[in-house]
Design a protein around this ligand. Structure first.
Ligand code: CTP
Ligand code: MG
Length: 401
């Protein structure tokens, strides 16, 4: 077992900034992200890395919000009112207040990075602790964009090759003693712990993390962090249903001595429609519309008039059968709209009954069914009461398969 595998590991979260760029009534670490203060989210994220013995949160002496927020911290957390004017001062003040052994490893992590993953923290620990030539390491994002250097007027001077360029993130991992020494040498030009340690000429490694480990800095960043933390609520790819419309038409002669059946309803009239089945002209138009939308042929191919099986058949059975065929292909009926063309009788009050009957046969609610009736203005065969016609459209939908 090497010395490093026995290393004690701590975390230190500087949270003494004022969040000037974010603005707002409170420092940004107290903003709610996904319903929880950012600092709590960050502490929880670090606490999920189980190798960390204790987490120190460094706030300013005058901080008025920490006591309320710290009530929800896990047991492993200690709050230190040791913050300073600059981030480096807060880290240094925290290290001194925590009084850690010089050889203990410290993960310094921004309070403003609530989206770090425990796997990323563990990756950093593994890479740094396995290599005794390193003074430490940091999480960093490999540069993905093309990088430009400009002059003061923002005109491009050059394109900087992005190979070996990284955006430094946190946690940054160093031994407490090394870090204190590095931070005690003045804070000029020091924007993170690594830059202070680099100044001592020590080896520091970049360990890659995802760009989701963002620092909440400006207004809007908190929404992005919220989306990352609530991965579940991120917009999913919406499955757009496939929709198909079908059209149907039918006509039958009117004859004496047959009942008039429209949409499965027996309509009082002195004549009825003639046909092999019950000659329900409306249901036949609807049946063809369903078959048409599903591209499943037509009524004749499924129920040939030559087949004695369909003699006198209740057309509701035919329509129900083609609905089943369409369902087997994944289709559901969205709506149906139909027009009956008949010179007589007036369908007036019966239309609602027909509508309900059709809806029941289609297996949908009546508000998705429309039944209209027209005369043919005494023109042509239908106008001369020789027969009736019906037209229908049906819309089918299914989710992509
Ligand atoms: N920080 C700190 N002490 C300071 C300044 C910063 O502990 N004197 C902490 C912040 O609370 C934050 C982290 O260092 O968790 C990163 O700093 P930054 O994102 O710059 O936060 P602020 O300094 O608060 O923001 P701003 O620079 O916009 O004022
Ligand atoms: Mg700052």
């Amino acid at each position: 077992m090497t010395e490093n595998t026995q290393a004690r590991i701590f975390a230190l979260i500087p949270a003494a900034g004022v969040g000037r760029r974010m603005g707002g009534a409170r420092p940004k670490q107290y903003m709610e992200i996904a319903g929880t203060p950012m600092l709590t989210q960050t502490v929880r994220a670090m606490a999920r890395a189980s190798r960390i013995e204790r987490i120190y949160v460094v706030v300013s002496a005058a901080d008025a919000w920490i006591d309320e927020v710290a009530k929800d911290f896990p047991d492993r957390v200690t709050v230190l009112r040791a913050g300073g004017a600059e981030r480096a001062d807060s880290v240094r003040g925290g290290l001194m207040a925590a009084n850690l052994p010089a050889d203990a490893w410290v993960l310094v992590h921004d309070a403003a990075r609530p989206c770090v993953r425990p796997s990323e923290v563990n990756h950093l620990l593994d890479e740094v602790l396995a290599d005794s030539s390193l003074a430490g390491g940091i999480l960093a994002v490999p540069m993905a964009d093309t990088v430009k250097r400009t002059d003061a007027r923002r005109q491009i001077l050059e394109t900087v090759p992005r190979a070996n360029l990284w955006r430094a993130a946190t946690p940054q991992l160093f031994r407490a003693g090394v870090l204190l020494e590095a931070l005690s040498a003045g804070s000029e030009g020091i924007t993170d712990e690594a830059s202070a340690v680099e100044r001592l000429g020590l080896a520091v490694k970049c360990v890659s993390c995802r760009s989701t480990n963002l620092k909440v800095t400006e207004p809007g960043d908190e929404m992005l962090a919220g989306l990352i933390l609530e991965e579940k609520t991120m917009p999913q790819t919406v499955a757009v249903p496939e929709i198909r419309v079908g059209q149907g038409y039918d006509s039958h002669r009117l004859v004496e001595g047959r009942p008039l059946i429209l949409g499965g309803v027996t309509v009082p009239f002195e004549k009825g429609l003639d046909g092999h089945s019950d000659a329900d002209v409306l249901l036949h138009a609807l049946t063809d519309a369903v078959l048409g939308a599903a591209s499943l042929g037509d009524i004749g191919t499924h129920f040939p008039p030559s087949d004695p099986k369909w003699k006198g058949a209740d057309s509701r059975r035919l329509l129900a059968a083609v609905i089943e065929l369409a369902r087997a292909e994944g289709w559901t009926v969205v709506n149906a709209d139909a027009t009956i063309v008949a010179e007589r009788p007036k369908l007036g009050k019966l239309k609602d009954e027909i509508r309900a009957s059709v809806a029941a046969t289609l297996g949908i609610t009546a508000d998705r069914v429309s039944i209209k009736a027209k005369t043919n203005e005494r023109m042509d065969a239908v106008g001369h009461e020789e027969g009736m016609m019906a037209h229908a459209v049906v819309l089918l939908a299914r989710l992509p398969r």
